[in-house]
Every structure is written in C-alpha cells, then in structure tokens.
Write a protein that binds this ligand. Sequence first.
Ligand SMILES: Nc1ncnc2c1ncn2[C@@H]1O[C@H](COP(=O)(O)OP(=O)(O)O)[C@@H](O)[C@H]1O
Ligand SMILES: [Mg+2]
Length: 245
Amino acid sequence: MRLAISIKNLFFKYRNENVLEEINATICEGEYIALIGPNGGGKSTLLKLILGLLTPTQGEVLIFGKPPFKQRKLLGYMPQYVNFKLELPLLVKEVILQGRLERFKFRYTPNDFKALYEISQKLKIENLLDKKISTLSGGLRQRVLLARALIANPKILLLDEPTASVDMKAQREIYALLKTLPITKLVVSHDINLLLEGVDRVFYVNKRLVIHESLDIKISSPREGHFCQVELFEELKRSKNDRSS
Ligand SMILES: Nc1ncnc2c1ncn2[C@@H]1O[C@H](COP(=O)(O)OP(=O)(O)O)[C@@H](O)[C@H]1O
Ligand SMILES: [Mg+2]
C-alpha cells in the first residue's frame, strides 16, 4: 500500500512557544483517521501543515513523497471556520466550483461543470445549486463545503470539524457518507460516537501526537505505562457506553 502522508519529526510554533512538538506519523493510502484532542491542542494547525498552508518550524511533511505545495491538487480541504458574508449572495454552485479554481485559471471549463453535477448528485444537493448558500441549514451548508472539497477529485481529504453546529441527523448523514468515500481521510471531530464508525486509527493531538491503532483492544485493556492518555480513555469509554446502550 502506498504511503499517502508522512510526517517526520515536525515542530511548529506561531510565535515563541511550540504548538506542535516532535510529530511523527505515516498514513497509508485509503486509511481513515480520526484526529481528536482538546481545544487548542493543535489539530487545525496540523491539518494546515499537511496542506502546506503553514510551514514546519522543523521537520517535514510529505504527500506521496513530495512537499505539500507540489501536491495541492491531491488535497481536498474543508476548513473549520467558513464565514459566508450575508451581503455577498454566493450561490451554492459558485461555492462548490471554487474547489476547481487554480492559479492562473480565470474561467471554468465544461469539465468543471460536469464535475459540479457529478459531485452534487453524489452528495444529493443537485437541487440546491441555484440557491444562496446563506439560506441553507447548517447541515446542507456543510454538505456543500464537502462537495467543494471533493469536486477536484482529491486523493486525500482533510476535514476540520465537519459537523460542528450541525444537528444529529445531519451529522449521522455526513459520517455515513464519509464512510463510503474510498479515499484517504483525516477528520477532526468531537463527535466521537459517530466518527468511530469506520475509522481505522485515532490520532490524539495535544501538542504531541499519540496514535491509537486499535480502539477496542486499548479500551478493554488499558495498560499501565502505555501512552494512552486519561482523557482519551474517558472519551472513548463514554462513547462506547453510549453506543452499546
Ligand atoms: N494564527 C495563529 N496565531 C497564533 N497562534 C495561533 C494561531 N492559530 C492557532 N494558534 C494557537 O495555536 C494553538 C493550537 O491551535 P489550533 O491548531 O487551532 O488547535 P485546535 O484546532 O486543536 O483547537 C492554540 O494555542 C492557538 O491559540
Ligand atoms: Mg481547530
């Protein structure tokens, strides 16, 4: 299996203090990774480093063996905060098409429109294309942003809290949909219950990274001295109880 993402001895600081320290990880093509951790733990920052929007203070990120800036086309991204200014009456189709924009490209081609219809059918939003994005519910808006992240056929999908401020039903739909996408996925989320369905591994980030290979085994036999962290255990136990009740 090919290596999709490799992170080697990565450190990052915005100002003086390290936000991320000594991060090492490899992600294979097709893996589905959940990225969890406390607020301010560095999850969004890690995604931005993988995207090449930020540059490591030390260490490196490689996407299929090359630096992120050379692999932009392979990366689909849904940021944590997207503000649609209400005075800017953007239509759903315009938002989705933004995912096909490239440098030095000033107009959309017939292929772009073909991709627009394909992805909106896949995500069942084809009847919303001419609506204003500002009029949609939170759940539908997130679906539109997911379409924007997917419209250029990325090999790797990076989602930053895709179901924040979305109702339970829409959350469930989004996770069900993600499960069906056969690409490499790295998803930041607090909705552990839903997220854990179909996830291969969990990355817990709080300045440093702790990787959990197999959730259920770790939960049933937490070993003393193992580097699983208490908070994660609590979170996972809770989610397991919720799931089985
Ligand atoms: N643009 C920025 N400038 C300075 N500090 C930042 C910036 N963005 C995030 N931080 C700080 O970096 C840390 C990690 O933030 P972030 O990656 O957003 O965490 P998370 O997504 O896990 O909540 C936090 O302490 C945050 O305050
Ligand atoms: Mg964040």
